[in-house]
Design a binder for this molecule. Structure first.
Ligand code: ADP
Ligand code: MG
Length: 483
């Protein structure tokens, strides 16, 4: 029987709930994380359950230590299975993938109850289970509105201000990484801000499905139902396309939905597709999804992307030149998660190298992430001044003219403020852009000691962290030099 993916998934979650109490928590989480029963192989009389595991280590460890336990557990559920095999399925290790089972949710233990400090990101959902709650970072305020996402944002705002009103249920759909989870959680955060006494439940459809399965296995469905239907004012449910063919969970959700809806409780759902395209879902459910408001998120235009990048920089407290943000916005045309991902990578790389991000840092990140993609607005080869490579002398001349001092003063002895900063900038650029040694730079600057040069560069690096004017100056100079 256990042939189709959703049955296999259910079977495997059930097996995991049985294995879990028999081994240490640490081992359970380490070795069974992101595993999944993938198929049943039939060899003559034999029916072998194939279990995918994310790494070769997990495969070795599970087949070496837990093969018998696993077999026992699956045979209790399906006695026709005669054996279990493990195979490495590397896509399960992909952090973006939710294919393998997240075993952190499977627990029979009481330890969470005695934990003294509550994790603020969790709420009880009964059964000793916790639900990852709202991420306070997702708000309606920091969701940037452009012409392509105005409607979903307006609907979300309306719902937050009047839950259970005309936009009930609210159904937001759109491709991956376009801000569905952000908006959904923002609604929850806003409602809690306005009415802290309300109970907001955020759950992914996947988690809901797992909980139903666990509830059935542990015979704790009554409690589960109670928790979802009675104790909830607002239900936020993410990625409903996941209900797919999982009939018992669909049925469960259907009842939850109806009960909440009839009691005028707000329901908000997200999905990667419109209700009409949720092929595997019961028609009754689909038509109810469309009763309130259905709205689509799509990839925003350039200006909105830029505004999102600026917002994220502000949130992380970093200053990045607009030119670089424009460069990033112009080059990411997939989704916002990637847009933000590229920005994070740029920030990380520049922190690692202890230098302010440049177009080059950004271009390098692109080169790494999208090997084949053409990068718009940047020539990977270093530009040449009139056909030859840039020399330290060029840098000195351009910095001097930028700050309106003379080149001689820059490399000379003068110690007034007007030349000190330009001199430091100059040393910094020669060091970081032309990779000259500190000694060599010292020689070019009137025979200064290499530690003097080192300190000058350090000073610039430090100042760049807080001084946006300096960032602008340096970027402007670099542009002039062609770096
Ligand atoms: P989805 O759930 O649609 O896959 P997410 O809500 O997880 O996408 O969004 C991915 C990332 O993009 C998050 O970091 C989110 O904050 C950000 N994001 C998406 N849209 C916006 C927006 N309009 N303004 C600000 N940040 C956004
Ligand atoms: Mg999401």
């Amino acid at each position: 029987m256990t042939e189709n993916t959703s049955d296999l998934r259910t079977l495997w979650i059930t097996a995991l709930t049985r294995i879990e109490p028999t081994i240490t928590r640490a081992h359970f989480v380490t070795w069974f994380q992101k595993t999944l029963a993938t198929s049943v192989k039939v060899l003559g009389e034999e029916r072998i359950l194939v279990v995918g595991v994310p790494t070769i280590f997990a495969k070795d460890w599970i087949s070496g230590k837990y093969a018998v336990k696993v077999l026992q557990a699956v045979q209790e559920i399906d006695p026709t299975l005669s054996n279990v095999e493990f195979e490495v399925v590397s896509r399960l290790a992909d952090v973006q993938s939710s294919e393998g089972i997240d075993v952190s949710q499977i627990t029979s233990r009481q330890e969470k109850k005695v934990r003294k400090v509550r994790n603020e990101n969790e709420v009880d959902i009964g059964n000793g289970m916790k639900s990852k709650m709202l991420n306070y970072r997702y708000t309606l305020n920091n969701f940037i509105v452009g012409k392509d996402n105005r409607l979903p944002h307006a609907a979300a705002t309306a719902v937050a201000n009047m839950p259970g009103g005309i936009y009930n249920p609210l159904y937001i759909y759109g491709g991956v990484g376009l801000g569905k989870t952000h908006l959904l959680q923002a609604i929850g955060n806003e409602i809690l801000k306005i009415s802290p006494e309300k109970t907001v439940r955020y759950v992914t459809a996947e988690k809901f499905v797992n909980e139903v399965v666990i509830g059935i296995t542990n015979r704790s469905m009554a409690k589960f139902k109670e928790q979802y239907r009675k104790g909830v004012d607002i239900l936020l449910i993410d990625d409903v396309q996941f209900f797919g063919k999982k009939t018992s969970s669909q049925e469960e959700f259907f009842h939850t939905f109806n009960e909440l809806y009839d009691a005028n409780k707000q329901i908000v759902m997200t999905s990667d597709r419109p209700p009409s395209e949720l092929g595997n879902l019961d028609d009754r459910l689909v038509s109810r999804f469309g009763m309130g408001m259905v709205t689509e998120l799509s990839l925003p235009d350039f200006e909105t992307k830029l505004a999102i990048l600026q917002e994220k920089c502000m949130e992380s407290g970093v200053i990045i030149d607009n030119e670089i943000l424009e460069f990033v916005a112009g080059n990411v045309n997939t989704n916002i998660r990637e847009l933000v991902g590229v920005l994070r990578q740029i920030i990380a790389e520049s922190q690692l190298e202890n230098r302010v991000p440049t177009i080059r840092t950004a271009a390098e990140v692109f080169k790494k992430l999208y090997k084949a993609q053409e990068i718009i607005g940047y020539e990977v080869e270093r530009k040449k001044i009139e056909g030859r490579a840039v020399t330290p002398k060029d840098v000195v001349d351009i910095v001097a003219s930028y700050y309106r001092v003379t080149s001689d003063d820059l490399v000379g002895e003068k110690r007034d403020r007007e030349v000190m900063v330009p001199r430091q900038v100059c040393m910094y650029l020669i060091r970081h852009e032309l990779n000259q040694s500190f000694e060599r730079i010292g020689e070019d600057f009137g025979g200064r000691n290499h530690t003097t040069v080192m300190n000058a560069c350090k000073k610039v690096v430090n100042k760049l962290k807080a001084d946006s004017k300096l960032v602008k100056d340096i970027n402007a100079i670099k542009k002039e030099i062609g770096l």
